[in-house]
Every structure is written in C-alpha cells, then in structure tokens.
Design a binder for this molecule. Structure first.
Ligand code: GLN
Length: 252
C-alpha cells in the first residue's frame, strides 16, 4: 500500500521544525518498504480527504491563523466527516487550537475554530515557553506500547504559545505534564485525543524523538485502510537516545 499524507498550510504553519513530523512519517514508512506520498495543501488548493491517510497541520503565530481561517472553514464539512470516519490527524499548537471552538487573542478578538472538539483557547498574559515532558495517558500508552519494541511512557517536545487551551469534560488529554506548561499551565493536562485526532502543543519537532508516537499514528492509519499486518520493528537506538537524553536533561 501507499501511505498518503496531507500537509495543511505548510507555507503558513511551520514553527520549530514542524515539517520534521512529515519527514519522520515518510522515513519510518520507507524504512519498512512502504511507499509514501505527501500532498501540500494551502489556501485555495483542492484536497480530497478520501485520498488521505494522515493529515498534518502545524503551528503558527496568531497572524497566520487569521490568514488561513477563512479557507479552513470552507473545508469544515469534509473534515468533520473524515474525522468521524477515523481519519488520523496530527495538529500542533496553532493547528491544534483551530480544531476547537475558538482562540481568543490577547486584544479580545476571537478567531473561530472548526469546533469539532469541545475545547477552547484564550491568550494568557505570559508566553508559555520551554521544553516539555508528558506522561502519556494510560490507554494511549498501552496502545503505543503494543506497537513498539521499546515502549516509552513519555512524550518530549518544545512549547511556545500564549494560548491556554481548556478541554471540555468529555475530552481526554494526551497525558499529564511532568515538566512544562502543556494545555494551560493550570490543570496539568497536555494535548487532546479524540478518535484518531491528536492535538498537542509539542513542537520540536515532535515525532523524530517520539518514535513510539509516530508508529502509533502510522498503525492507526494502516488499520483504517483495513491492513492487519503489524508494523515491522525498526532499530530506534538513536531516536530512543534522543528521547531519554531530553527526559534526563529536563527532569534533573
Ligand atoms: N498563536 C498561538 C499562540 O501563541 C500558537 C503558537 C504556536 O503555534 N506556536 O498561542
């Protein structure tokens, strides 16, 4: 099979190495002999979600979010249907905020979100910047551990946002913050998971040093196509070293 990745607004949303997430998905597939294709989709470009296995949307400043929101809204119906049908989505920071109800900027102006997830974001007075370690939520950990030859309980990344995101009571976070701010620096949560949609504040980029999470996304995407074959294990020594080094550096 061929893994088809859609990259939304790559020219507008690409902070702190976000594109590295695409490179990781491509490389980890190719190492396994799986062909890949990446479609870059920006304002006005057509996108047929029935031809996409993983959709990626990165982070950007308030300015960029404002520029693209009108175009994003035009895609709302199709995106919602695909998400309810199990499309795998990874959304980082600004992209994550746009999945929710709204993002209220510091002047009070609200950028509407897609409203798919019961979460909302309000700009705080202080930027939340730095390295982050997250302990994965139990079920998510179990799911990723089944797929990985070297299961990891944590995610590591870098955050830089002023938005504080709050999850409605029925939504699950990706995990609990062990170090850093995460969703809002108040309730200890980081990110969100809804069906196969993953939202997070972690840039860095996220996937190169979180190979277990990259493989979770790949597996979910393959599962959705009806492929039952498990992903072959890769030699992740370097990736795991990068992960553990960051955990140790941040936590000690
Ligand atoms: N504009 C958003 C904020 O500052 C998102 C920033 C980002 O994507 N890094 O909250």
């Amino acid at each position: 099979m061929k893994l088809k990745i859609g990259h939304l607004y790559p020219d507008l949303l690409d902070l702190y190495g976000d594109r590295g997430n695409i490179l990781t998905l491509v490389q980890r597939s190719q190492w396994r002999g799986i062909e890949t294709g990446v479609q870059r989709v920006s304002i006005g470009d057509s996108l047929d979600l029935s031809k996409i296995d993983i959709l990626f949307i990165g982070g950007g400043s308030d300015r960029e979010q404002n520029i693209l929101v009108e175009d994003l809204m035009k895609r709302k119906r199709e995106l919602k249907a695909a998400i309810e049908d199990g499309l795998v989505v990874l959304a980082i920071c600004g992209g994550y905020q746009l999945l929710g109800q709204y993002y209220q900027m510091s002047g009070g102006k609200k950028i509407p979100g897609l409203g798919f997830l019961d979460l909302w974001t309000e700009a705080g007075s202080k930027r939340l910047i730095g390295n982050v370690v997250v302990k994965l939520e139990g079920r998510l950990y179990e799911q990723s551990a089944q797929l990985s030859s070297s299961p990891l309980e944590t995610l590591v990344g870098f955050e830089n946002h002023s938005g504080k995101t709050f999850l409605g009571k029925d939504l699950q976070p990706l995990g609990q913050v062990l170090h850093g701010n995460g969703n809002n620096s108040q309730d200890g949560t980081e990110g969100v998971r809804y069906k196969n949609v993953f939202g997070t504040y972690l840039h860095g980029p996220l996937l190169p040093k979180n190979p277990h999470f990259a493989d979770l996304l790949l597996s979910l995407a393959f599962e959705r196509t009806g492929t039952t074959k498990k992903l072959t294990a890769l030699d992740d020594q370097l990736e795991l070293l990068a992960h553990q080094t960051m955990v140790q550096r941040i936590m000690t």
